[in-house]
Design a protein around this ligand. Structure first.
Ligand SMILES: *[C@@H]1O[C@H](CO)[C@@H](O)[C@H](O)[C@H]1NC(C)=O
Ligand SMILES: *[C@@H]1O[C@H](CO)[C@@H](O)[C@H](O)[C@H]1NC(C)=O
Ligand SMILES: *[C@@H]1O[C@H](CO)[C@@H](O)[C@H](O)[C@H]1NC(C)=O
Ligand SMILES: *[C@@H]1O[C@H](CO)[C@@H](O)[C@H](O)[C@H]1NC(C)=O
Ligand SMILES: *[C@@H]1O[C@H](CO)[C@@H](O)[C@H](O)[C@H]1NC(C)=O
Length: 458
């Protein structure tokens, strides 16, 4: 009897426990989640949160069975897309292939009202989801239209960050490696300033559908995350602009970013200019070796010329074959001319020395050489072949002073030629230096002014 009386109460307790369990299960199912296995466990201390909707559930609720179509433009009046670039690194600028390479973060932000989830009581305000979800969302399909190469980094997984705000704003961030064109003009090389540019636009949608804009809230829509220093260039300016470009299918919003680089010419100074200075100085030693040391002087001159040609070739090897004259070409060619002229001077001195010696042997009366009129016909014919008597020339050209001067030059002794060269060559070289550096430095300043750069940055 006792047993039979006890049974209903036991059953009652059991059913209450079962019911309680059932309610708990129902609450768990309602929140679409196994609470204990979630990465953000809901504690008993915050019962209000237990009712909230979790991230995957929100995604499912937004995208499954709601008629969300990734091919439909979110707003019929056009979607404004805010773009911002963060330049992480510029890895190279290549003169030969005329391009540059960099790693950047591309940020895009647009409002997709269909993704609004404020009303779903989200557990987290901002949803950050993986790139797989991005494939199911509408995107502006933007790309670099002038890049030679562009790729989203995908090691160890695709470097895409996607965040959805409760009000439906989508923020996408890609880490991209992009190689873009530069229009290198090497006229001022190595004092040059170069420009490279990239154009970012929506590939599919014209500006009626997608309005691309540099992020208006940000003071610098294209910013660098840390200072960029390449081995031989320095980034001195970034200029973002927006252009409406006409295409056969309508007007497109193009976002242009221009990067201005200044060459760091110290390397070229050390590798090209300094050695040429030394080579030229060495070629002047020849003037002080005297007229007797012909073999030594020839060796100096020829070695200097060879050294110069070798240096020139070395520098040219890393530059494209352009059909205009670069600053370094002018430098190298004029330096070579200086060495060539010192060899020419050597030839004249050598010739005159040999003549003098020959004349001493052939014409024992030295006076006769100095005075042509007095020299009897047939004597010292060798000289006469090259030196016409003054009267005859003057008669032919009406006594132009020039020839008198030339005559005087020709009558200079080899020692005098050496002495004059030892002053004339350095003086001419100094003048050339002043003209060269001031001309090219001014050109550089002009170019900087044309690019609206701050001069103090140069
Ligand atoms: C929920 O978590 C418990 C324990 O953490 C586990 O035993 C159970 O299988 C999980 N349920 C689901 C549906 O994942
Ligand atoms: C949980 O949500 C339901 C409906 O969505 C609501 O009726 C209930 O009051 C909520 N519970 C709490 C604790 O907020
Ligand atoms: C939602 O849709 C995706 C693909 O469209 C599917 O893989 C997924 O299982 C769906 N989820 C639910 C809860 O229906
Ligand atoms: C969500 O994003 C906004 C804007 O970026 C930020 O101010 C806010 O703190 C974020 N909220 C959470 C919970 O992360
Ligand atoms: C949506 O929310 C984000 C982050 O809180 C905010 O920056 C943005 O202005 C909001 N957009 C609209 C249209 O309210």
């Amino acid at each position: 009897m006792r047993k039979s009386r006890n049974t209903p109460s036991r059953f009652f307790i059991l059913s209450i426990i079962l019911l309680f369990q059932f309610i708990r299960c129902a609450v768990i199912i309602d929140s679409d989640y196994n609470v204990s296995s979630d990465d953000d466990p809901v504690t008993e201390a915050s019962p209000r949160k237990r009712n909230c909707t979790r991230q995957p559930a929100i995604i499912d609720k937004l995208l499954n069975g709601t008629g969300y179509n990734k091919f439909r433009i979110p707003n019929d009046d056009g979607v404004p897309v805010q773009v911002e670039f963060w330049v992480q690194a510029i890895t190279s600028i290549n003169e030969i292939t005329n391009d540059f390479e960099m790693d950047i973060y591309i940020n895009e932000m647009w409002l997709d009202p269909a993704l609004k989830f404020e009303h779903l009581n989200p557990c987290k305000q901002n949803l950050s989801v993986s790139h797989q979800v991005l494939e199911r969302l509408w995107t502006p399909n933007s790309c670099f239209i002038n890049s030679k190469f562009a790729e989203i980094h995908d090691s160890p997984f695709k470097n895409v960050f996607l965040m959805i705000y409760p009000n439906g704003t989508v923020w996408v961030n890609y880490r991209v490696n992009v190689k873009g064109p530069c229009d290198l003009s090497l006229e001022l090389f190595p004092l040059d300033i170069q420009e490279c540019h990239l154009i970012y636009e929506s590939f599919n949608y014209n500006n009626q559908e997608v309005r691309m804009r540099w992020n208006e809230k940000s003071p610098e829509p294209v910013s660098v995350t840390n200072k960029i220093r390449l081995p031989d260039f320095e980034l001195i300016k970034i200029e973002p602009t927006r252009v409406s470009a006409p295409y056969p299918a309508g007007m497109w919003d193009e976002l242009h970013v221009k990067l201005v680089f200044e060459r760091r010419y110290i390397w070229y100074f050390m590798q090209a200019y300094l050695p040429t200075y030394l080579t030229i100085f060495i070629s002047w030693i020849s003037f002080s070796l005297g007229t007797k040391a012909m073999p030594a002087r020839t060796m100096l001159g020829v070695n200097a010329l060879l050294a110069m040609i070798f240096q020139f070739g070395n520098i040219m090897r890393n530059l494209p074959r352009v059909s205009y004259v670069k600053a370094i070409d002018v430098w190298m060619l004029v330096s070579m001319t200086f060495i060539f002229l010192s060899l020419l001077e050597l030839a004249i001195v050598g010739y005159k020395t040999k003549n003098e010696e020959g004349a001493k042997k052939k014409c024992p009366h030295k006076k006769l050489i100095d005075n042509f009129e007095a020299s009897p016909a047939g004597l010292c014919r060798y000289e006469k072949r090259f030196m016409l008597p003054v009267e005859r020339r003057s008669a032919r050209w009406g006594g132009i002073m020039r020839f008198q001067i030339l005559q005087d030059f020709w009558n200079w002794s080899p020692e005098k030629i050496d002495r004059v060269s030892a002053i004339l060559f350095p003086a001419c070289f100094a003048i050339f230096n002043i003209v060269y550096w001031s001309y090219y430095y001014n050109k550089k300043l002009e170019k900087a002014a044309a690019m609206k750069l701050n001069e103090d940055r140069l």
